[in-house]
Write a protein that binds this ligand. Sequence first.
Ligand SMILES: [Zn+2]
Length: 318
Amino acid sequence: MANVSFLAVSSELGKELPKCWPEDSGDLSSILVLGGGSRPYVFLTARVHPGESNASWVMKGTLEFLVSSDPIAELLRKCFIFKIVPMLNPDGVIHGNLRCSLSGDDLNRQWLTPSSQLHPTIYHAKGLLYYLRSIGRAPLVFCDYHGHSQKKNVFLYGCSIKETLWQAGCMVDTAVVTEDVGYRTLPKILDKVAPAFVMNSCSFLVEKSRASTARVVVWKEMGVLRSYTMESTYCSCSHGLYRGLQLGTKELEEMGSKFCLGLLILHLKSLPCSKELMAQAALLLDLEEEITDRAQRCNLFIFHTVSRVRSASGKARN
Ligand SMILES: [Zn+2]
C-alpha cells in the first residue's frame, strides 16, 4: 500500500504545531512541516477519485503558490496553517482505477464510519480533523478538490440547512431557522478573482445520498461552516473569460493559486485583522487586481485575435 503525503504549510514555527498530530498517525507519513503558529487552519485534500486527474493539477497550483516567494503567499502563510493531503487515494491512482480504492470502495462515501484497515487515508484524515476540533481549532475552511465529468466551469458544493429546506419544499418555516451565511463568502470571492470559477454553478444542498462525503461529514460532525467540494470541469466553461473553451493544465493550476488568493480575501472579510496586516494586504490586493486586469485584457486580446484568425481561415476553406 502506498504512503500518503501529508503537508503542513505556514510561517514561523509555533508552539501548537508539534501537538497537532493524532496519536496514531498511521499512513499519514512523508510529513513536511514548513512552519506553524497560532492562527486558523485550512484543511485541503484532493484526488480521492483516481480518475479525476484535473483535481491534482488544481492542487499543484495551490501547493506551488503557497510555497512560493509571492508576497501574497508569504502573507497567507502568516495568516493560516495549511494542512494538506494532496492525494487521498494513491493506490487507486497507481492501479489506474477510475473511482475506487484497492478495497473496491468509493472513499468519498466512507467518511461517516471509515475503517482503519479498508480506508486508512480517510480514517486518519478524519482523525486529524477530530483532533483539531478537540483542541478548539476546527478549520476555518475545509475543501476537497474533485473533477466533474458533466457540469461545466469550476464551482463549489457546500452545505446549508436553509437552502436544503427551501429546495425540498419543506413545510418547516425557514424564517425561524438561524444560519450563518458565511459559507457563501468564499465562492462569491472566487467568482471575482478566478476566471474559471462560476458562483451560479455552485450548490449548497445537503442530499441524503451525499451524507458520507467529506464535505457533509466535516460540516456536520466537526461543525465547519465552510466545508466544500471543489469541482473542476472536464468539459469546458460556459461563462467568463474561458467561455466555450476547455480548461488546460495552466488554467487548472491558475485555479489552485486563485483559491489561495480567495482565502486571503476571506480572512480579511471574516476575521479580525491587525492594521498592519490589513494595510499590507490592501496594497498587495490592489496590485493583484491590476495584474489580473492586465492579464485578462491581454488574454482577451489573444483570444479575440485567435478567433478572428480562425474564422478568417474557416471562411477561406469554405
Ligand atoms: Zn470526485
